[in-house]
Design a protein around this ligand. Structure first.
Ligand SMILES: Nc1nc2c(ncn2[C@@H]2O[C@H](COP(=O)(O)OP(=O)(O)O)[C@@H](O)[C@H]2O)c(=O)[nH]1
Ligand SMILES: [Mg+2]
Length: 294
């Protein structure tokens, strides 16, 4: 497959073909993709993780946010990592029809990844694909993932800001909030605020997340009716004050994984076992020497 080139002027004009090719290339070509990724000039664009339990309304919220941004003339990219996303063909017809207007909007680029990686919620190539989007001239990038434990931590490593979407019935999730998720999410959304118990939950959540001087914003939305969207949309675009220390640690984590992959790439277990067999057959086996010679 030929190494793609991002045609940024075409992307700016709403022609996403070169972008789609680049994303597919990165998704499918583990090895050559690295050379391509090295050519990218990442721009300073906010990447927002939208996570939360299945059915909380993440896709609906993304749809509402994207519509809001587009109507302000902003360019938005969406990466939906969710097999049940209405951005995917497998989704409920009604939801899919509601989403379909976005597919013809030149301000909007939507890419869905139906597959999940070994890491849990995130597809293996989500990070790299986000980096391609970062270099493509969008004003904001939204990444939707199903929040199932590990993926919330992964999305926090990928996004500049992570928003946890909950619903008035999210009692159990609130237990998780107490035990660590607060460090991952920079904002909470109580969606489906048209339901019973929404105000009570909203107020409890607000109390819960206000610890000393750190105040984590809590938003209340009815995504399906486009209610409460503007304050959230505005907040997401506010300049991000990420601690340099934190950013460095996240990048170090990524660099570490990439270096480990690179160094290990010509090693595989079956080969190793075969070599071990041969070494053992010589009768003079020493594990330390074996590893050293490898
Ligand atoms: N009542 C109500 N339903 C909503 C709201 N937001 C989304 N929904 C519905 O909840 C269902 C799940 O929404 P979806 O966006 O697919 O959830 P996701 O799995 O978190 O992405 C859909 O049928 C939506 O129409 C809301 O604010 N109020
Ligand atoms: Mg969804």
């Amino acid at each position: 497959m030929k190494t793609p080139r991002l045609q940024t002027d075409e992307i700016a004009a709403g022609d996403y073909r070169s972008l789609a090719r680049a994303l597919s290339f990165v998704e499918n070509n583990a090895h050559a993709a690295h050379l391509f990724l090295q050519t990218l000039q990442p721009l300073d664009v906010p990447v927002i993780g939208i996570t939360g339990p299945p059915g909380a309304g993440k896709s609906t919220l993304v749809h509402a946010l994207v519509s809001a941004y587009s109507s302000q003339g902003k360019k938005v990219a969406v990466l939906a990592v969710d097999p049940t996303s209405p951005f995917n063909l497998g989704a409920l017809l009604g939801d899919r029809i509601r989403m379909s207007s976005l597919f013809n909007d030149p301000n909007v680029y939507i890419r869905s990844l139906a597959t999940r990686g070994s890491l849990g919620g995130l597809s293996a190539k989500t990070l790299e694909m986000t980096d391609v989007l970062r270099a493509s001239g969008f004003d904001i990038i939204l990444v939707e993932t199903v929040g199932v434990g590990q993926s919330e931590i992964e999305i926090a490593g990928l996004a500049d800001r992570t928003v946890l979407v909950l619903v008035p019935e999210s009692g159990d999730e609130v237990q998780n909030i107490k035990s660590g998720i607060m460090e991952i999410a920079q904002a909470f959304v109580v969606n489906k605020a048209d339901r019973d118990g929404a105000d009570l939950f909203f107020n409890n959540l607000k109390k819960l997340v206000q610890h000393g001087s750190t105040v984590i914003p809590v938003f209340k939305t009815v995504a399906s009716l486009n209610q409460g969207i503007d304050p959230l949309a505005e907040w997401l675009l506010k300049p991000i004050d990420i601690k340099v220390q934190h950013k460095t640690l996240l990048l170090a984590e990524r660099a570490w994984k990439m270096i480990a992959e690179k160094r290990m790439h010509d090693l595989n277990k079956p080969d190793l076992i075969q070599k071990l067999r041969e070494a053992l057959a010589t009768g003079n086996f020493n594990l330390y020497r074996f590893v050293q010679e490898l």
